[in-house]
Design a protein around this ligand. Structure first.
Ligand SMILES: [Zn+2]
Ligand SMILES: [Zn+2]
Length: 373
């Protein structure tokens, strides 16, 4: 009786210990899964931005302070609340005439926090031109005019940065293919559109990416959140909102706008990164800290991934690998061992990888080079 009782107690202890260990590990991985983490790149800070979101001041379900709290939980650097100028379904319950009000309330909620809150608005029209966000506005009320062209011109007068929202949205573009109309070409030729969402909510557009390349537009990926970030993007299950990673000289509004006007951005959604080679390659490279163990003909390297992306790498080097196939995954916030058959014991050598979960254009991946010494 006694010994089996002791056995039961020690089994119980063992089970509680394993359970506690599991909880500790869960706590560690949850910390990484919530805060969005990407390293800076040479010369620039990597600012994590969500520049499209709604509150009860248009058709969203939350007060502006909730958008600020969500952004702080996600470790964002900048947000822009972009309530619809022309679509105000709650104005019998929440009557207001000032289209800057949600921005003002969000700004107040962010006092003392390390979060940039930008004034913006969604110009909400039928197609063409569809929906566009004007951000870095001085007064959103002045864009609330009948003629859509006038709204864009006013945005420009205020020094705003304007991007075309969800051009692939099936409610306005039934086949889901982002397509420029005459009105868009006119807006582009007058410099009234400066960027385009290639990702919105849970939808992606290769065609929008091609339009961006052709017309030299900045790339954006935003949540367009109306409800709660946690529910819409399944954050408790390890999900994250889409964000625009912006490469700015400093963390402030002026630098952020300057970066957008020079198309210095990469879009991050699910486990995918999209942007130009110029910024994607350094972003991936800075994410991977490579160290060499000793020196031999089969060289062992440890790759620490300090970013949130699980990088899917394809080996394009002159050497084959010893412990991995030619395609392998370097998991986020983990260290992965690779063994390289350099044939001779070399003082230094170069490795090349295509990053298969990153795109510079439809079907095209960036390539990174790593010099080993
Ligand atoms: Zn919209
Ligand atoms: Zn929207």
């Amino acid at each position: 009786m006694t010994s089996s009782y002791k056995g039961a107690v020690s089994r119980l202890f063992l089970i509680s210990f394993i359970f506690a260990m599991g909880l500790t590990r869960m706590a560690v991985s949850q910390e990484h899964s919530r805060t969005i983490e990407f390293p800076d790149i040479p010369g620039y800070k990597t600012l994590k931005c969500d520049l499209h979101m709604h509150t009860v001041f248009s058709d969203g379900s939350v007060w502006p302070n909730i958008r600020v709290q969500e952004a702080i939980k996600d470790g964002l650097d900048a947000i822009c609340i972009t309530d619809h100028l022309e679509y105000q379904p709650k104005n019998t319950d929440i009557p207001h005439t000032d289209r800057n009000r949600s921005y003002q309330l969000a700004s107040e909620a962010a006092i003392g926090q390390d979060l940039i809150v930008i004034n913006g608005a969604e110009i909400t029209r039928s197609m063409p031109p569809g929906h566009s966000n004007a951000i870095f506005l001085k007064d959103a009320n002045k864009l609330n005019v009948d003629d859509p062209m006038e709204a864009f011109k006013e945005a420009k007068r205020q020094g705003a940065f304007v991007f075309w929202n969800h051009p692939h949205w099936t409610s306005q573009q039934k086949n889901g293919v982002a397509t420029l109309t005459e009105m868009h070409l006119e807006l582009l030729s007058e410099g009234l559109i400066n960027g385009v969402e290639i990702y919105n909510d849970h939808t992606f557009s290769d065609e929008a990416l091609e339009i961006a390349h052709k017309h030299n537009l900045a790339l954006l990926g935003n949540s367009d959140i109306h409800g709660l970030i946690d529910w819409t993007f399944e954050v408790p299950r390890g999900g994250h909102r889409p964000v625009t990673l912006v490469f700015a000289e400093e963390k402030n509004e002026t630098s952020l706008k300057e970066a957008f006007l020079h198309q210095r951005s990469v879009v991050w959604f699910d486990n995918t990164l999209v942007g130009s080679e110029e910024f994607l390659a350094p972003l991936v490279k800075q994410s991977l800290k490579v160290s060499r163990l000793g020196k031999s003909m089969v060289q062992t390297l440890m790759i620490e991934n300090v970013s949130d992306a699980d990088y899917i790498l394809e080996n394009d080097s002159d050497y084959t690998l010893h412990n991995q196939a030619s395609v392998f995954i370097v998991k986020s916030h983990e260290t992965t061992k690779i063994q390289v058959k350099t044939i001779e014991s070399l003082d230094s050598f170069d490795l090349k990888f295509s990053v298969l979960n990153a795109f510079t254009a439809p079907g095209k991946h960036p390539e990174i080079q790593i010099h080993i010494q």
